[in-house]
Design a protein around this ligand. Sequence first.
Ligand code: ADP
Length: 502
Amino acid sequence: PVSRARTMSLVEETKRITAQFDYSDDNVNKGVEEFLRQMNEGLEKDGTSISQIPTYVTGVPNGTEKGLYLAVDLGGTNFRVCSIHLNGDTTFSLTYSKVAIPKELMLAKTAQELFGFLAKQIEEFLKTHHEEHFETHIRRRQTISSPEGYKDEHIFRLGFTFSFPVQQNGINKGTLIRWTKGFDIPDAIGKDVCALLQDEIDKLHLPVKVAALVNDTVGTLMARSYTSPGKTSTLLGAIFGTGTNGAYVEKTKNIKKNVSGDYDKSTGDMVINTEWGSFDNQLNILPNTSYDIELDQKSVNPGIQMFEKRVSGMFLGEIVRLVIVDMLKNPAVSLFRDDNSSSNDWKSTTTIGGGSSVLTQWGLDSSIMSIAAADSTPELSTLRQELEKQLHIYSASLEDAKAFKDVAYAVGRRAARLSAVAIGAIVLQSGQLKNGTDDPIDIGVDGSLVEHYPYFRDMIYEALRATKGIGPEGAKRIRIGIAKDGSGVGAALIALVAAGME
Ligand code: ADP
């Protein structure tokens, strides 16, 4: 039994709080203007909030590319090896293997130990999956001492996805700045990671050339550009998963800062890795509720990745959690309370079970936001079951569940509209809306948030329609599609582009 007075105040309080997450059309437009300003500042000099990192990738595929390529991915716990056969008709097939990195190698004395292990995995993969193709070459490896000894067409080009901070100096050159994610091999710091891998591959006489160093966002762009319908090339690849980032095609003439090293100047384009997670770290225009402030202050990197902290999967659940905790403590609202209890202490009247993670930092996974948004049943029965299962919130009333749904929706919607700021700014920067055609402006997206959060893309479109310079007509031309298997096929495609430059 829920008293009428408390239902009223719960509804009012929910409205008051969710209103703080409104991000109006006017805000979207101010956001786009500021994003454009910070993007162009990043093209001019180093040390800006949007880094705008040149990738040395000077073209994107159109789906007609053909061939067999290798891709490897060292990102954290696992090392993945795959071969990709590009069929030349926007389709591909992929063979894949994965191995956990032994803990002791993450802390090895020399870089050689780790990279030697990686090369060994590539050898195993070739033996298992490509013995027939390379049989003679693998047999001849005892007699031929360098990869140059092989005929060029028999050498596998490899794209190396390496998800640690590197200073890139060429399409297959990049020095390690520092290790993260539990790795610590001081010997490797300052060295070219592609050369480290190539040396170990050469010791095994494998017919493999490390052709490209790959960032996962650039991989998403390339993968989408190859697979997108109608031979159109893609403008932007964007990730909305644990984190958020985007890579897009920029005119080289707009890149005013120094790009060292060689690259193909004939296309006039270069892919830029924006690192937009740190857009507006100075909070010129980003919304900043008390919940955003609290999340940031309690994070490991206060003041950094401020856009990401309002947009990506890792943080959205935490924002919702902070709102819920705030509401829990408010006696007038009495969210998730046992109304029959007369105690004044919220902790002794709450229906939240002892094992619940709601009261712990990061204890609310953003996937429950998708469940809340998708539940359109009159009783919100799916959401209420999930509150019980995931968060040990027992016998939530319909009003409580409704409040949770409204909060989650407000936070999710703000994230989608902020995502539109980044996408809209890049569409405007490209000038493609003014190229006098009706061709689609293709955008590839990847990540659980954009894939699974209901209506995330619709909410992005709604904001794009309200953006000056885009409008309803412009928004119709923008085609946002999922980029699948970005890391593997994207890395292969970068290896292909790199091979064309040799
Ligand atoms: P990654 O970005 O690490 O490659 P994902 O794209 O799967 O991986 O993103 C994982 C993030 O997405 C996590 O922060 C998780 O909380 C969030 N997430 C997972 N599933 C969903 C979902 N159904 N709805 C919204 N967010 C989700």
